[in-house]
Design a protein. Structure first.
Length: 293
């Protein structure tokens, strides 16, 4: 069966974009081959397996690790070498030794017992997979290296850096300049650590339509988009004007004032200060009570 499967499905080698896509194709081929009869046998592959399955040893009940363990050291480019390929890790781990568990389709990187990175396993030899999020702390200090970064190109190819990001970035550079505009974009990308990618893109689109090119405005609109999914809309919404896309961005200062908790403290009183004006005569002077001496 292994030779038959290889000759009929892997010759020539299928062209896929990822291991996940290849695994999905293999599952479909496997289900299709289960209905095949080998030679002149009266039963199919699935029928013979149903007879043999009760005779096989059961799977263990306890979970066990099936991956292969590596302990590479992070180089100065914030990358580790696993087999013949390289993968990125956060820049704070440069020079440290990490623990890598390599599985058939992915690998997980641990710093002691904390997971710090997870990558899909590369297919070809000598390849490199970089995560843009791992380099943001370094790029925010040197924003000039951001436009030509390899991690940025891979993020574009993977769909994580969308055309909305590019449009917002271009406008931010026009308004704030190359350095400050790029730094504002990196601050927006850091929001992905606390908010979902879809909500951040929605916040970028709203801020771009309104012409507000700050990371605080994008963060506020992204949180509003997340709340809109979790909470039902209250009241009927006003119909939009045909041909126009409404875009309003709330000021962060106004939003904070509107969400302040109610003040239940009593009003201040000046009665304790009146006691300072009532000073008694302590000597035989000519001052009357209540006058300053």
């Amino acid at each position: 069966m292994i030779g038959y499967f290889r000759r009929n499905h892997f010759t020539p080698v299928p062209e896929v974009g990822s291991l996940a896509e290849l695994n999905a194709m293999v599952d479909q081929w496997d289900l299709h081959d289960g209905h095949r009869r080998i030679g002149s046998r009266p039963r199919t592959v699935d029928e013979y397996f149903a007879i043999e399955q009760p005779l096989l040893m059961p799977l263990p009940q306890e979970p066990f690790e099936t991956g292969r363990l590596f302990t590479p050291r992070v180089d100065r480019y914030s990358q580790i070498a696993v087999r013949t390929n390289r993968y990125s890790v956060p820049t704070r781990l440069i020079g440290k030794r990490v623990r890598v568990v390599l599985h058939a389709s992915h690998l997980v990187v641990y710093d002691r017992n904390v997971e710090v990175a997870r990558h899909e396993r590369l297919i070809a030899k000598g390849s490199c997979r970089l995560d843009l999020d791992h380099y943001l702390e370094a790029l925010i200090r040197k924003p000039g290296a951001f436009p030509g970064a390899t991690a940025l190109e891979q993020a574009r190819s993977a769909g994580k850096f969308t055309p909305v990001h590019d449009a917002w970035w271009a406008q931010a550079r026009k308004v704030h300049g190359e350095r400050d505009g790029t730094r504002a974009l990196i601050e927006v990308l850091l929001l992905n650590r606390h908010l979902t990618h879809e909500h951040v893109v929605a916040g970028l689109a709203t801020a771009l339509r309104a012409g507000v090119l700050t990371a605080d405005a994008v963060a506020l609109e992204a949180r509003k988009a997340a709340q809109a999914e979790d909470e039902p809309a209250i009241g009927a919404s006003m119909p939009a004007v045909p041909g126009q896309t409404p875009a309003t961005v709330t000021s962060l200062h106004e939003w904070r004032l509107a969400h302040l908790p109610p003040d239940t403290r009593p009003l201040p009183s000046v009665a304790p200060y009146d006691q300072l004006l009532r000073r008694r005569r302590t000597s035989g002077g000519g001052h009357r009570e209540g006058e300053a001496q």
